[in-house]
Design a binder for this molecule. Structure first.
Ligand code: ADP
Length: 497
């Protein structure tokens, strides 16, 4: 009998990937295609929904066929996706009425500012868990209705459908039969009430979005529909859906309160599991659904850092200090201390918990003795301090001790950085063997629903530690280093330290 396997469709911001996992959660095959980034104006970012669809079909087919030619039988599919990105299409023809408006797009910034100034943010946050920002789907949907002729009328008469990328893919994969999403994607639209777990009529009214365009919201592990046989070469049930950061928390098996997953790529996204409690943040973190299984939402606090790996790219491409990212480690190791040099990499403003879009980067503590080692070390250290700022905000909001920090992303190959993360956060940091945690999470959700794994507890035993990094820095030294960072941040924010 053929061994069973699961297809994870991983639709990201710059590329689409198909990855097939076996029932131990090991990668069997991978296929990847990049697609165009469209920048019609300054601050606008779009994708062509047809290109997204085509790259998903191609990569899914390739990964699936390669796995089956190795003697596996792919029995289920899960979808994970770039979050918040907005598509509106015609229900009859399946044609989008406009390009996908990407989460990075800032075209509705003025409207968001007006709503904030009019005092609407607190109520919106109380309902949706989010901050008023163009990042989320609601204002982008309204933009389409306000700017593409006839769309608001067509939406009101039920001709149009809205979806985040998961919903768009599910619709196409099922030949237009299913218009649904999962709770993690729904909760990033700013139209979903995270407490009641349903679309919120006040938010729909606020953002002028008709209920008729919205997908049905299901659990993250659910029977979403069956793909049409001609699309992927065989018919498959779609049984798991989650936004990328949410799938990663599942892939990292962060199933109990107090566990954090943090992904270090270009930027950094950290989510703290807060169990069945939607914790309202006093530190400008987001409250979000980590995953929803058997009708029970598990919540998380989320914070993001805009510049993590991007600081290392800057060392390489901006300053020419290194030829490749991994050289940053050897440079940093040349010093026994930072010698008072700090880099605040606020190249595009500061994210959580500071939220200052106008802040810009700075270096402090330079002397005649400062060299490339200091700059490299300061760039890597800045990732640890920024994580510490997030972790401290999470601890204050959740009012619970933080148990562990599970990491993934391109930067975590750097052992020096990861040890510094453990030292500065004073939390044990765990690096898993499989770092494709986003795709793995989608496969886990699908496999749970399919009955391949009986429970989350069973999945916990599939998570394998590559290496644990224990906090080893004396408290006094840690406090001294963090206080230098606080001074630097205060100066960047224009305050007296
Ligand atoms: P993304 O998914 O955002 O494109 P990846 O997870 O692929 O990012 O990680 C790439 C980032 O990690 C780059 O910004 C790169 O500079 C950084 N990076 C890769 N290897 C190392 C390393 N050994 N040390 C420090 N940074 C690294």
């Amino acid at each position: 009998m053929a061994r069973e396997a699961i297809l994870a469709i991983d639709q990201g911001t710059t590329s689409s990937r198909g990855i097939v996992f076996d029932t131990d959660g090991t990668i069997l095959t991978t296929s990847q295609r990049e697609f165009r980034q469209i920048y019609p104006q300054s601050g606008w970012v779009e994708h062509d929904p047809e290109e997204i669809w085509q790259t998903v079909v191609t990569t899914s087919r390739e990964a699936l066929e390669a796995a089956e030619s190795q003697g596996y039988e792919v029995v289920s599919a899960g979808i994970t996706n770039q979050r918040e990105t907005t598509i509106v299409w015609d229900r009859k023809t399946g044609e989008p009425v406009y390009n996908a408006i990407v989460w990075q797009d800032r075209r509705t910034a003025d409207w968001c500012r007006e709503l904030k100034e009019a005092g609407h943010e607190a109520d919106i946050t109380r309902r949706s868990g989010l901050l008023l920002d163009p990042y989320f789907s609601a204002t982008e949907i309204a933009w389409i209705f306000d700017h593409i002729e006839g769309t608001r009328e067509r939406a009101n008469t039920g001709e149009l459908a809205f979806g985040t990328i998961d919903t768009w893919l599910l619709w196409r994969l099922t030949g237009g039969a299913v218009h649904a999403t999962d709770a993690t994607n729904a909760c990033r639209t700013m139209l979903f009430n995270i407490h009641d777990q349903c679309w919120d009529s006040e938010l729909l009214y606020q953002f002028k979005v008709p209920q008729s365009i919205l997908p049905e919201v299901r659990d993250s592990a659910a029977h979403f529909g069956t793909t049409k046989a001609d699309i992927l070469g065989k018919s498959l049930p779609v049984e798991g859906i989650a936004g990328d950061q949410h799938a990663a928390i599942v892939g990292q098996a962060c199933f109990s309160p107090g566990m954090i997953k943090s992904t270090y790529g270009t930027g950094c996204f950290a989510l703290l599991n807060t169990g069945n409690r939607p914790v309202a943040s006093r530190n400008r973190l987001l409250t979000t659904v980590a995953y929803r299984i058997n009708g029970q939402p598990t919540y998380a606090l989320e914070g993001s850092i805009f510049v993590a790996g991007a600081a290392i790219q800057w060392l390489r491409d901006g300053l020419g200090l290194i030829d490749n990212a991994s050289e940053s480690e050897a440079l940093a190791r040349e010093l026994d201390s930072n010698e008072g040099v700090y880099l605040v990499p606020a190249f595009t403003g500061l994210g959580a918990p500071h939220w200052d879009p106008n802040a810009r980067g700075a270096m402090f503590g330079l002397t005649r003795n400062t060299g490339p080692q200091h700059v490299a070390r300061a760039a890597l250290e800045s990732v640890s301090y920024q994580t510490q700022d997030l972790v401290a905000a999470m601890a204050a909001d959740a009012n619970d001790p933080l148990k562990s920090l599970r990491i993934d992303g391109g930067m975590v190959a750097n052992d020096w950085l990861v040890q510094m993360l453990a030292d500065i956060t004073a939390i044990p940091v765990e690096r898993p063997t499989v770092t494709e945690t986003t795709a793995l999470g989608a496969a886990y959700l699908a496999g749970l629903q399919h009955g391949i794994w009986p429970s989350l507890e069973e999945l916990q035993s599939h998570w394998h530690l590559d290496k644990q990094f224990k906090p080893a820095m004396p408290a006094e030294e840690r406090e001294h280093m963090i206080s230098g960072w606080r001074d630097a941040i205060a100066r960047v924010l224009g305050r007296q330290p």
